[in-house]
Design a protein around this ligand. Structure first.
Ligand SMILES: [Zn+2]
Length: 120
């Protein structure tokens, strides 16, 4: 991959990452404001925090995206960016354009989704 291309993708990923992190911080600020139920014991607090985090912060989809972006950035660094994690084939440019942090090629992604559906 050319250095210029790598830089461009890196920038794309970092920008998207910033957006997601910003959304996460806003949500956490709202959680803090809404928390006036009085003192809780430690176990309750842990559960409560987890619930709040689950309910109010990033959606699961956003979390997965954030993790995917981090992985994408790491793959850019180690040079494996653009290769399918599953089969090692090159991920198509069109797919990377639509989803720059895509870890799987379309075939493997479909297979994975199919598997998830069957296990659901
Ligand atoms: Zn694949």
């Amino acid at each position: 991959m050319r250095a210029a291309q790598k830089k461009k993708i890196q920038k794309q990923l970092l920008e998207r990452r910033r957006e997601l992190v910003k959304a996460l911080k806003q949500d956490q600020a709202e959680v803090r404001r809404g928390d006036d139920d009085g003192p809780l014991d430690l176990a309750d607090t842990a559960t409560e925090l987890w619930n709040q985090e689950f309910n109010y912060s990033l959606s699961e989809h956003d979390r997965a995206e954030l993790a995917g972006i981090d992985e994408g950035l790491a793959r850019l660094e180690d040079g494996s960016y653009g290769e399918c994690e599953e089969c090692g084939e090159k991920i198509s440019e069109a797919r990377l354009k639509a989803l720059p942090w895509a870890p799987l090629c379309i075939a493997c992604q479909k297979e994975k989704e199919e598997l998830a559906r069957r296990n659901a």
